[in-house]
Write a protein that binds this ligand. Structure first.
Ligand code: PA5
Length: 449
């Protein structure tokens, strides 16, 4: 089996080989620190050897639960936010038919929808309206079990599911994925008798896609979680290599830190395959929440090309030179479609006749890479043989391992997210949540000044 490949040639014009090589000892130390668990955030390293430690029994349990949902639901709503939903959505959207949402709703192949990742009244209203005549189930995912966005959506969905399907069926088609002991989601699951899975204490939200958080929704959507884990497990081996130049995660971590030192403060993750849109969202959360600390960190952003070449292309080509690109490129598409010949050639496209659409896409990719490098944008390319469970598993582990190493090179704790609390404190104070009386007074005084 091939592996995903990282090409760095088009970044090397911007940083020297010698400078890159000088990262080797630092990278080795960071990898050792991760391995020995002696660094910052060392109580959140459960993801590091997760792929190689998952048991067949655990996967069977997940698959059996997924089958209960598949057999009894036309629609399954995944309630969760941040790390408690992005990984599942990334994999499901990458592997699904682009028009899956238009297909007939039926048990056996439920439509997967997402909720609990915003506080939009319109979204929740429209979702609950849509579900009115559907046999639906819910996967409620929250590690803390107390996240407002998710808890709010779950309150609405639980009530609707019980009313529509009866208490007994609701108990069958609601599954909780949460902490073993604490949090409202655990209390509810235990009281109602829901099937539940545990999010390990030592795996943070954004590193949890290979726990039940990602695996259960992915299995419910009908995808092969064993292959996903196989890919991640193989990448775990590749990324254990102590030689930086032979370890793609170590190399990626080193290059992005060196680019950052030279003023490239923004990384743009690029795809030429719109099915990867949510994979980019997952990546942004992984790197943004891990590295944006102590007033440091590369700003992770993403674009879907060629779509965004017609919106962000100008900025990337000629805007401030503070960016670099990492392209995730899928080598072989799933389907074959060729450009037809048209005798009249009114659109002037006969020069493309007989070519596969993907050949045109690849030339757009190459043309863009050359133009952007000429315009002063360093470029890395990750080649992915095909878009399937196995290679998504490889990509996931590659980015996770690189994130751990990169965060340690940057000298921050990549495994906490203290900054996320600030908005919550203000929101709770503004909503007069019990326990926030002092903060409430302070914020009211500030607003009435
Ligand atoms: O990565 C993280 O830790 C966060 O993005 C969390 O996943 C997110 O805030 C959701 O938290 P919870 O699972 O506790 O509801």
């Amino acid at each position: 089996m091939e592996n995903i490949q990282l090409s760095i040639e088009k970044a090397l014009g911007f940083i020297s080989k010698e400078k890159l090589a000088s990262y080797e000892p630092k990278v080795r130390t960071c990898m050792e620190t991760l391995e020995k668990g002696t660094g910052l955030g060392n109580d959140f390293l459960g993801w590091l050897h997760l792929p190689s430690s998952i048991t067949q029994e655990h996967l069977n349990d997940l698959k059996a639960t997924a089958n209960v949902l598949r057999e009894n639901c036309e629609v399954v709503v995944v309630a969760g936010i941040g790390g408690s939903y992005l990984g599942a959505r990334a994999v499901i959207e990458a592997l699904s038919n682009s028009l899956a949402w238009l297909s007939e709703k039926k048990a056996g192949q439920p439509v997967i929808l997402f909720a609990g990742n915003n506080i939009s009244e319109d979204y929740l209203y429209e979702l609950t309206e849509y579900l009115k005549d559907k046999k639906f189930g819910v996967i409620n995912i929250s590690k803390s079990g107390t996240t407002t966005e998710t808890a709010l959506a779950f309150r609405l969905l639980k009530e609707q599911c019980e009313k529509q399907r009866g208490k007994e069926m609701a108990r069958k088609v609601i599954v909780a994925i949460t902490d073993a002991k604490k949090g409202a989601a655990r209390i509810t699951a235990d009281k109602e008798g829901y099937k539940s899975f545990i999010i390990p204490d030592n795996v943070g939200g954004r590193f949890s896609v290979l726990t039940p958080v990602g695996l259960l929704p992915i299995a419910v959507a009908g995808f092969d979680i064993e292959q996903l884990i196989n890919g991640a497990r193989d990448m775990e081996t590749v990324c254990a290599n102590e030689n930086m130049m032979e370890n793609p995660a170590a190399l990626y971590a080193a290059i992005r830190n060196e680019l950052y030192q030279t003023g490239k403060k923004i990384e743009i993750l690029v795809n030429f395959q719109p099915k990867l849109h949510y994979f980019m969202e997952w990546w942004k959360q992984l790197y943004g929440e891990s590295e944006g600390k102590d007033h440091k960190g590369i700003y992770p952003s993403s674009v879907d090309f060629s779509t965004d070449l017609h919106s962000m292309g100008q900025w990337i080509q000629e805007g401030e030179r503070s960016i670099y690109e990492t392209v995730v490129s899928i080598e072989s598409p799933e389907h074959e479609l060729r450009v037809p010949t048209d005798e009249e050639n009114l659109d002037g496209l006969n020069f493309l006749a007989g070519k596969r659409v993907d050949e045109i896409n690849k030339m757009a990719e190459l043309g863009t890479q050359l133009a952007h490098v000429d315009g002063g944008v360093p470029n890395m390319r990750i080649s992915v043989p095909k878009l399937d469970e196995y290679y998504l598993g490889q990509l996931i582990y590659f980015f996770e391992k690189a994130c751990g190493i990169s965060g340690y090179i940057l000298d921050i704790n990549p495994f906490n997210q203290p900054g996320v609390e600030a908005y919550k404190k203000n929101m709770f104070a503004l909503l007069n949540k019990p326990g926030y009386e002092e903060a409430s007074k302070a914020i009211q005084a500030r607003l009435t000044k």
